[in-house]
Design a protein around this ligand. Sequence first.
Ligand SMILES: [Zn+2]
Length: 245
Amino acid sequence: MKDRKHSLLRYHRQIILSYIGKEGQEKLNKSKVLIVGAGGLGSVVAYYLASSGIGYIGIVDPDIVELSNLQRQILHNEEHIGMPKAISAMINLKKLNSEINILPYPEEINKRNVFELINSYDIVVACPDNFKTRFILNDACFKLQKPLVVGAVSEFEGHVLNVIPPEGPCYNCLFEDAKDENFVQGILAPVAGIIGSIQAVETLKILLSIGESLHGRMLIYDALKDIFREVKFLKNPSCQICKRC
Ligand SMILES: [Zn+2]
């Protein structure tokens, strides 16, 4: 009884929301979310999903914490320099919420291990810093019918969109020809915070089946002009990923 009372108190401001309530909170407590990338976006997504009481959070990241990460990757800290980001993430998220399960995967996601990694999760949040990983996740999420919340950030801009199989459009419909650049791009730290926050919002909405999802539309944030733009996009009839559904 003590645990339940404790949880009611912890999530009180969420439970009193009309679209959530105790039932919605219980749903979140049972949900399993995989976050791919514990960098600038993943830091914020992970913090908000942990504080919201997502019962199982998997964190995939093959890298170690470096000093140059700390400008925007707020899930880590100076004491964790040299530690795998997935482990650093687990330690800090546990300090925020010890009642949930954090599963670290300090490995690179690739075409071979992606299915095993995402299979037991309800939803995947893509927070990597490259197109290659987003394409791998888009493909695997379509094959396994898992919702995918995609975020990306560069310099003063960022965007978010959702992929909701079996319905197109998908990530590949919009970014089919995109290629990774070979140079390091600058990022204004709070822009990653804003985009990661929107990804966390979209993840909670999908888990709770509330509101309108960013499906078939991409939300773009321009920090220099301080505007949000919405770009609607349709299924590409020649898309090799979502046409098979
Ligand atoms: Zn597609």
